[in-house]
Structure formats: C-alpha cells, structure tokens
Design a protein around this ligand. Structure first.
Ligand code: PFF
Ligand code: NA
Length: 461
C-alpha cells in the first residue's frame, strides 16, 4: 500500500534531494534574522531554553507527522489531509489543518519577501563599501534610511519574488533540487567564521551569558508563545511546506531520521547566528531588543572592521538571500500546487499569479516601515501591543496560526488516522514510534492548549 498514490507534480529524485530541499525550507531568515532579534526582545536565555524544548518535544514530532501526511496524501496540504480523513472515515473538516498552512505560508511570504529584499539590498551596500570605517551609529542610521525609502523596498522585494516565481515555475525537478546543494553549507561556514570573529573581538562572555543563562523572571507568557510559534516557523511547520515536500518524497525514505536531521541543522544555524551577533551587540552597546533591524545594524559593524570584511560581508548577504530564497520557494509551492490541482492553471500561470499578488500584499509590510504611518497603528492582542501591519501579520501567523495549525495536525495524525497507517509510513523502531506517538497524542496538544489557556487568562499567567 505504501506509496500507492502518486503526486502529479513529480517526485524528489532521492533522499538527498529531499533533505536538501527541506533543509533549504527550514534554514532561512527565521534562523539568522528573526531568531536573534526575538530572543533579544524576550529576555535571552529562558526564551532560548523554551524554544529548544519546543523544537525537540513538539517540532520534530509534528514535522514527522506532516511529512507523513504529505507522503500518504501526495497532494497539496488541504487536499492531502482531506483524502486521508476520508480514508479514516473521519470528517472532511480536518482538511482545515492543511488549508490553514497554505494561508499561513502565503501571509508569511508577503513579509518574508520584503525582508529578503533588505538582505539583497545589503549585498550591494556591503560590496560597494558602505560600511568600511563607519561608526556603529552611522551604520544604524544607514539601515533607518533604507527602511524609510518605500521605492527601494518595493523594488527589492519585487526582485526576490520574480526570481522565486522563475524557479518555481520550472517545476520540482528542474527548479527546486539544483539550487540548494552548495550554497547552504557555504552559508553555515561563513556564519561559523563570523561567530568566531565576533567571539574574539566582541563581548563573548556577556553574549554567552545572555543566550544560555536562563532568567525566567524575564520570560512572559507571550514570550513562551513566541518561542513555541518560532519553533514552528523555523522548521516550516503548519505552513504546508513540509506536507507538500513530503508529497514528493519517495516511499523508502525514513521520515524519522530525516526530520531529526533537518531540525538539528536548523537549530545549529540559529544558535551560531546568535553567537555571531550578540558579542557585537554587547561590545558596541546596542540593545538586544533592537527589533527587526538587529542583524542589519550589528553584522555590518564587523564587516566594516574585519580583514577582507567587504568581500566577506558581501558573500554573507548573498548566502542569506539564498537561504531566504529556498524558504520562499517552499512557502509558495503549496499555493501553486493547489492552483494547478484544482483551478486548472498551468504551473507558470499559477506561480505568476501567486507571486504578483504577494508583491501587492507585501506593500503593507513596506509601509509598516516607511510611508508616514500608512500601515502603522496600535492594537493589543492577548496582552501584546502591536504597532504595525507587519507586527500584526507576524504575530497572527507565528504566534497564533502556526501553533493552532500544529495542534490540528497533531490531533489529526495522533487521534484520527489509523494507527496501522502511521506505523506503516514511519516504519521505525517500536521505541521511536512509541515516543513519537506519545508526543503527538498527548504532549503537543496539552502543551499548546496550556499556553493558549494561560494567554486568554483561563489559567493564571
Ligand atoms: N523556516 C523558514 C525560516 O526559518 O526562515 C521560514 C518558513 C519557510 C516558514 C517555509 C514557513 C514555510 F512554509
Ligand atoms: Na528556520
């Protein structure tokens, strides 16, 4: 029965191709841009600890579940879940677990492309030597000036989306596989060198203490929710991506092993990124709670002063863009697959339409950072004050949609799908299966529920 269904969009050529693509989806701005700044906004060590626990106890089991759904269903996320629900004689309402991922990844990409555009602009700024021998303050001011120019932001995000559309339109084999092979390891090496450089030249001790010494008095319930949500975000869970990539996975590949490998790589990249940034933050008296600009105002300081900094910094931003780009591909893929399956569009039309509409929605993010208050306002959700469209869409997706989507996936796979089917797909040792099943049936639902109950004030928080 295993692998009986086939995907109309094709298949990965090997286990290795899947690992590359799924790691490409996982490693991105989430690790290098977002993780460092939200860690800083939420007090450091305690946040990191909760995040790591969420990766291991919730992220890996949910990732296994999503890949399993995809490989069994062999269609875009919503339709895969629907098919499997029908097979389990359960309500087809479960398909919402897949559709919410599709919507979440669409919304995420609308701002992700804008931020990737910042990184792309910084390739050229670094290459042209904008940061050489410039003070830390001036580097901060340069970032401010960049954000204040909506035309720049619109142009660069258009470039990002254009290239994404171009690659995705070419299809699974030709487009997605080739790209990831060599730039991902290079990014990791550059990041490690950065960490060593800033460790040696910056305030390493303070940084290590900030990141690894948990101070739970600094962690709010919202911080816990953000750590949970970021575990989903960084692994590309509850976003359709792992379901759709699982749909292209050959039948004989071990889902458990590959999921653990992907999570391990993703986590290492995030931690090393933190180690590259925080020694500089403390050395130059910047604040950890700097926000979304954190890497754009810290790393250029190092690039401006280190030997071969211009070359090095340029390469770094090239690879950051590349990492963002392999994630963007994963985010757009489920919408495209669905338009092809159900709306009868050609792959080219589907990608062009999706990419174009994303650019328009992305304008709201652009004007969250510039444009005289066009997309800025103040709203409080669950006791968290948000002050722009960008902050709202980020919170809505990462903190709310992803954890709830992950909850739905966990309950569906753990309680609704037949045990026999999951045993067959995971095809792993009895012990590993038992741990996974416990995590999916009990741990994940209870943990997510407890966090949300605290948040809405049902439990004391
Ligand atoms: N995991 C990506 C990152 O950490 O940058 C972001 C992401 C990719 C989220 C794909 C969702 C997704 F479907
Ligand atoms: Na990630």
């Amino acid at each position: 029965m295993l692998g009986a269904r086939e995907s109309i969009h094709g298949q990965w050529s090997s286990r290795y191709a899947f690992i590359l693509a799924a790691t490409g989806a996982a490693v991105g701005l989430g690790n290098i841009w977002k993780f460092p700044y939200i860690m800083g906004e939420n007090g450091g060590g305690a946040f990191v600890l909760v995040y790591l626990l969420c990766i291991v106890l919730i992220g890996i089991p949910v990732m296994m579940s999503e890949v399993l759904i995809g490989r069994r269903g062999r269609q875009s996320p919503g339709l895969s879940v629907k098919t499997l629900a029908q097979e389990a004689n359960a309500s087809t309402r479960w398909q919402i677990a897949g559709w919410s991922g599709l919507v979440a990844s669409y919304l995420i990409l609308s701002f992700y492309a804008v931020v990737a555009g910042w990184a792309l602009a910084y390739v050229f700024k670094t290459a042209r030597g904008d940061f050489s021998d410039v003070s830390a303050d001036a580097i901060g001011a340069q970032f401010g000036a960049h954000l204040a120019d909506p035309w720049l932001l619109m142009t660069w995000s258009a470039v990002i989306l254009f290239v994404t559309v171009f690659v995705v339109a070419k299809g699974v084999h030709k487009g997605l596989e080739k790209a990831v092979n060599f730039l991902m390891p290079s990014l990791f090496v550059l990041l490690a060198i950065m960490a060593i450089y800033s460790g040696m030249n910056g305030a390493f001790g303070e940084a290590a203490e900030f990141m690894f010494k948990p101070d739970f008095s600094k962690l709010t319930i919202n911080g816990v929710l953000l750590a949970l949500g970021h575990a989903f975000f960084t692994l590309s869970l509850a976003s359709g991506a792992m379901i759709i990539y699982g749909a292209y996975l050959p039948a004989n590949v071990s889902i458990a092993k590959t999921s653990m490998l992907i999570a391990l790589v993703d986590t290492c990249v995030a931690i090393v990124a933190g180690l590259a940034i925080y020694p500089l933050v403390f050395q130059y008296g910047l604040t950890p709670s700097e926000g979304p600009g954190l890497i754009f105002v810290t790393l250029p300081i190092a690039f401006g002063s280190m030997p071969f900094g211009t070359l090095f910094g340029t390469l770094f931003f090239v690879m950051l863009v590349f990492a963002a780009f392999t994630s963007a591909i994963a985010m757009i893929e489920s919408t495209v697959a669905w338009l092809v399956e159900r709306k009868g569009l050609s792959r080219l039309m589907a990608t062009v339409t999706t990419g174009g509409s994303l650019w328009l929605v992305g304008l709201l993010t652009v004007f969250s950072f510039s444009g005289a208050g066009w997309a800025t306002f103040t709203i409080t959700i669950f006791g968290k004050t948000l002050s722009s469209y960008f902050e709202v869409v980020d919170y809505l997706t990462s903190a709310i949609m992803l954890p709830l989507g992950g909850l739905a996936v966990a309950i569906f796979v753990g309680w609704t799908m037949k045990r026999k089917v999951t045993v067959e797909e995971l095809n792993t040792s009895a012990l590993a299966y038992g741990i996974w099943r416990f995590a999916i049936r009990w741990f994940t639902p209870i943990a997510v529920a407890v966090v949300f109950l605290h948040l809405i004030g049902v439990l004391d928080g």
